[in-house]
Ligand binder design. Structure first.
Ligand code: ASP
Ligand code: MG
Length: 425
């Protein structure tokens, strides 16, 4: 059993769907993959926009119409004739979406977010299923929510691994013996039957969940880059591709913010020694990168940038030392407000931490701790990480930047600075 994941860019237009057909048709006939697909192109962002407008009781009709038109246009290009069942299938999804939008409650933003944003993946998977079938590539569409059980942490749902694995193992191997499966990434369902989402860019993680539960031979993530690069080519001019890389390296890169793979993806694969291939959907016969249980020498430095960061520093009000008691109060508040520490440093009378500049969460945190601490903050900032740094790479990246906080270990160099330069660097 093999698992494939196609992201938004690989289903962004009619040509992209035809390209997937080519990739799948090129497989050996005995190989029937389980295919996980993201929402088409920038649909998730577009649906977020529609939902935000609707939630604020603003006019969302033009934004909704744009998303609808985008999908219908591609369907028109892919399917000859207006009576193909895809049209009714899409219409049904859009009717459902409208119904949800018309009946929004003024509370529970995150919960309703999941019900609405998840429609993107239903649309794309239906499109792919029908298109492949119409081209003589029979396949079974499944609703992944019947298989992925989560808790009700809206927008960041946590998986019930035991339930999910049992369900997948019980039903899907038999289906895969007959036909390839087309399903959605990013979405799941809570025990009470409501749709949940796994966090932005979560489709990689969905694919890893399926691969883990099926004990798949491999997972391939098809991307618009030639493999796992040492930096994002949109941000850095010079990049190199890793041919192979150990699970741990990949986990660390994702942790520091490398956007090529969702941070939760690699761990379940590592647990079952399932190799992860990152390949270009435009050049499918090129080798890409394999992430697996390998040993390698020190690899080329990788450069990772997290944008829109906030640097917070907490000072005791009486110039007293920062004690473990203080730290415990600060950590507890950070966790409560779901702010993840991207970097931190302690000194005699202050504690500094860099977090994502999520305005609502940061404001709530500041309000809670203002009694006990003098809180200074600075944003928006950049957090750069160089993994496997050496002197030349360090000098090159720090050159000319105003650094507010820095930290280094033997392998990793990190610094927070003001966003000054234009990209690509
Ligand atoms: N469509 C979702 C997003 O854009 C999930 C994914 O693409 O992985 O975040
Ligand atoms: Mg995406």
């Amino acid at each position: 059993m093999i698992v494939f994941k196609f992201g938004g860019a690989s289903v962004k237009d009619a040509a992209a769907f035809r390209n997937i057909l080519r990739i799948l048709s090129g497989l050996d006939h005995t190989q029937k993959p389980l295919v996980v697909v993201s929402a088409m192109g920038k649909t998730t962002n577009a649906l977020e926009k529609v939902y935000r407008l609707a939630f604020q009781k603003l006019d969302y009709s033009a934004a909704l119409q744009e998303t609808r038109q985008y999908h219908l246009q591609i369907a028109q290009e892919l399917f000859a004739g207006s009576n193909h069942p895809i049209h009714a299938a899409l219409q049904q999804q859009f009717n459902y979406l409208e119904l949800l939008l018309e009946h929004l409650q003024p509370v529970d933003f995150d919960r309703q977010y999941d019900q609405i944003i998840s429609v993107g993946e239903l649309l794309s998977s239906l499109m792919l299923h029908h298109f492949l079938a119409s081209q003589g590539y029979p396949n079974q569409w499944i609703d992944c929510r019947d298989y992925l059980r989560t808790d009700a942490t809206w927008r960041e749902a946590r998986l019930d691994w035991t339930w999910t694995e049992k369900q997948i193992r019980q039903h899907l191997p038999a289906v895969l013996e007959q036909q390839p499966i087309i399903t959605q990434g990013f979405i799941g369902r809570s025990a009470s039957g409501e749709t949940t989402t796994l966090g932005r860019e979560g489709s990689d993680f969905s694919a890893a969940i399926f691969a883990y539960c099926l004990r798949a031979e491999s997972l391939t993530i098809w991307k618009d880059v030639p493999g796992l690069l040492n930096a994002d080519p949109k941000l850095f001019k010079e990049t190199t591709r890793y041919e192979e890389i150990a699970y741990q390296e990949a986990i660390e890169m994702a942790y520091y913010g490398a956007s090529v793979i969702h941070p939760k993806t690699v761990q379940p694969l590592a647990q079952r020694c399932i190799p992860l291939y990152v390949k270009s959907f435009l050049h499918p016969s090129e080798p890409g990168t394999v992430i697996w249980n390998c040993q390698h020498e020190r690899i080329a430095p990788s450069f990772i940038l997290k944008q829109n960061q906030c640097l917070l520093s907490f000072h005791t009000k009486d110039f007293g030392f920062i004690s473990e008691q203080h730290l415990s109060t600060i950590f507890k508040a950070l966790s409560q407000h779901r702010l993840k520490i991207n970097m931190m440093q302690n000194s005699a009378i202050s504690f500094s931490t860099c977090v994502d500049a999520d305005e609502t969460r940061v404001e709530a945190l500041k309000a809670e701790l203002a009694q006990e601490f003098v809180i200074l903050y600075n944003q928006p900032l950049h957090l750069f990480t160089i993994k496997n740094y050496d002197q030349p790479s360090l000098e090159k990246l720090t050159h000319g930047k105003e650094i507010l906080l820095e930290q280094r270990s033997r392998q990793t160099f990190q610094f927070v600075c003001r966003p000054t330069q234009e990209f690509p660097l």
